[in-house]
Ligand binder design. Structure first.
Ligand SMILES: Cc1cc2nc3c(=O)[nH]c(=O)nc-3n(C[C@H](O)[C@H](O)[C@H](O)COP(=O)(O)OP(=O)(O)OC[C@H]3O[C@@H](n4cnc5c(N)ncnc54)[C@H](O)[C@@H]3O)c2cc1C
Length: 471
């Protein structure tokens, strides 16, 4: 029987990063994955971050070319070839998943294919697809089994035209009319993809705002832009009934406006249910251990990702932190550093960048204006629009703004909120500044190259101090 220092169950961005870091830390490491060998990488690589961004890149390119004549690029007959788009997406996914397999070999990590379960103290069983089971012996286990699509109980997901985020990735045709339930990151990203692929899109959100966890000004700007692009957006709206057959979908939607509720029936060709994710913790062998799993299926951990069972850690989409690839990876590194006795610093979850790759992109770090006020800060803000930024004009993408939230007393940067071109790249400036506990004065003192989109961050800092230059 093999003896390991660490066995990681699950090869998503939590698990595979943890395994690499463990091997690099001199720990004998194995990883267990249920998918076939060339498909390491988890939701992120296979059904999440990577394939969706490949689709979004195609949508961006299509939009840019369609608007080409505005900047002197006369590209006539611009059209989408879905089969080629899928081939390109598959190539990107394969390259990345292959990269993970290569890194497992390079770091001498044993890959065991099959369903992993805790099997008593210091033991993990691996049940292969053919039913054969082997047992691994290990000092520590990191559970990184991730999440699956959450399905609303009243919606039958079996008709072909009712899709979740896994199903829509494989859709061979462009829907005539796509209804999306859920205006969070996943819903708005797919809505942005298919709107630009040529579908009519209706986006339905139960909360009063799209992207409800973002700063209110950002939510309003996103909704305004979606509508301007031709999307129908229904907020404060609840889908109460869905009927589907092989021709289409019929939904009943109730919308609240003040005290009044109105009801309408929407007919569409396809429905995407993007109402959230569910942790995959049902069959990990937790029964009879001291691991606590709450009624939502989430594993309880401390700040070092330790479960109640000695030597067993849990990371990523199965714990109660933001369900994002970069959070899962950071948690994997922290758990390993704790196992290796490196006395690591817990993660500051206030500094997690949140990114949504819809069009326009949205990204944020730290407190929104509302959250900062609720937390008792005397808040000042600075907003600077991309319409006043030279590089945005060059890129022909002048929508959106950068908003800084700061504490009046010490000018401490409390939050950065961006909607507009490359927001998901620009946000790292705010994350780093907040990690360094910068003031907004330090942010504006930092020389920003010209012409760049990043100038909007410095200008927002100027605006917060009451002296924006270019507006
Ligand atoms: C459509 C979509 C788009 C997304 N886009 C982004 C994005 O742009 N940026 C971002 O940060 N996040 C994004 N996410 C979220 C991100 O994918 C997840 O937060 C991340 O993948 C979680 O990583 P993880 O390691 O916890 O789990 P996962 O990536 O879910 O990986 C878990 C792995 O464990 C395996 N497994 C499960 N149970 C067992 C078992 N018992 N034995 C063996 N193997 C098992 C699974 O097969 C899977 O491979 C997106 C998600 C979706 C659905």
């Amino acid at each position: 029987m093999s003896q390991y220092d660490v066995v990681v169950i699950g090869s998503g961005p939590g698990g595979y990063v943890a395994a690499i870091h463990a091997a690099q830390s001199g720990l004998k490491t194995a990883i267990v994955e249920r998918e076939p060998t060339e498909r390491l990488g988890g939701t992120c690589l296979l059904r999440g971050c990577i394939p969706t961004k490949a689709m979004l890149h195609t949508a961006d390119m299509l939009e840019t070319l369609k608007k080409g004549d505005e900047i002197g690029v006369m590209a006539s007959d611009v059209a989408l070839d879905m089969a080629k788009m899928h081939a390109y997406k598959a190539k990107v996914v394969k390259k990345n998943a292959g990269g993970v397999s290569y890194l497992m070999k390079k770091n001498k990590i044993d890959v065991h294919l099959g369903h992993g379960r805790l099997a008593g103290k210091g033991k993990v069983s691996v049940e292969a697809a053919d039913g054969k089971t082997q047992t691994l012996s290990t000092k520590n286990v990191i559970l990184a089994t991730g999440s699956t699509c959450f399905h609303l109980p009243f919606i039958d997901m079996s008709p072909a035209r009712v899709l979740d985020s896994d199903g829509i990735l494989e859709l061979e045709e462009v829907p005539e009319h796509l209804v999306v339930i859920g205006a969070g990151a996943v819903g708005t990203e797919f809505a942005s993809v298919f709107l630009r692929y040529g579908s009519k899109v209706t986006l339905i959100e139960m909360a009063p705002r799209v992207l409800p966890s973002e700063d209110h000004e950002v939510c309003a700007e996103a909704e305004k832009s979606f509508k301007k692009q031709g999307m129908t957006v229904l907020t404060s709206s609840k889908v109460t009934d869905v009927k589907a057959d092989d021709k289409g979908v019929k939904l009943v939607v109730e919308t609240k406006k003040g005290d009044k509720t109105s009801s309408q029936t929407i007919e569409a060709s396809h429905l995407l249910v993007a109402a959230g994710r569910a942790p995959r913790t049902q069959d990990i062998g937790a029964k009879g251990t001291k691991i606590k799993i709450n009624d939502r299926g989430v594993v309880e951990v401390d700040e070092f990702l330790r479960t109640g069972e000695p030597g067993v850690y849990a990371i990523g989409d199965i714990v109660n932190t933001a369900w994002l690839a970069h959070v899962a990876s950071k948690e994997g590194i922290l758990a390993v550093d704790h196992i290796a006795g490196k006395n690591p610093r817990p993660i500051n979850h206030r500094l997690v960048p949140m990114c949504t790759y819809c069009s326009p992109e949205v990204a944020s770090v730290g407190l929104s204006e509302e959250a900062a006020k609720e937390a008792g800060y005397d808040v000042k803000t600075g907003v600077f629009p991309f319409s006043a930024i030279g590089k945005a004009a060059i890129l022909n993408k002048t929508e959106g703004f950068v908003k800084i939230v700061a504490d009046k007393k010490y000018d401490e940067l409390l939050g950065l909120h961006i909607i507009g071109p490359k927001a998901t790249e620009l946000i790292t400036e705010g994350t780093l500044a907040m990690e360094l506990e910068s003031t907004i004065e330090e942010l504006l003192m930092t020389i920003h190259p010209h012409p760049t989109l990043a100038e909007a961050v410095a200008e927002a800092a100027h605006a917060a101090m009451g002296h924006a230059i270019h507006i």
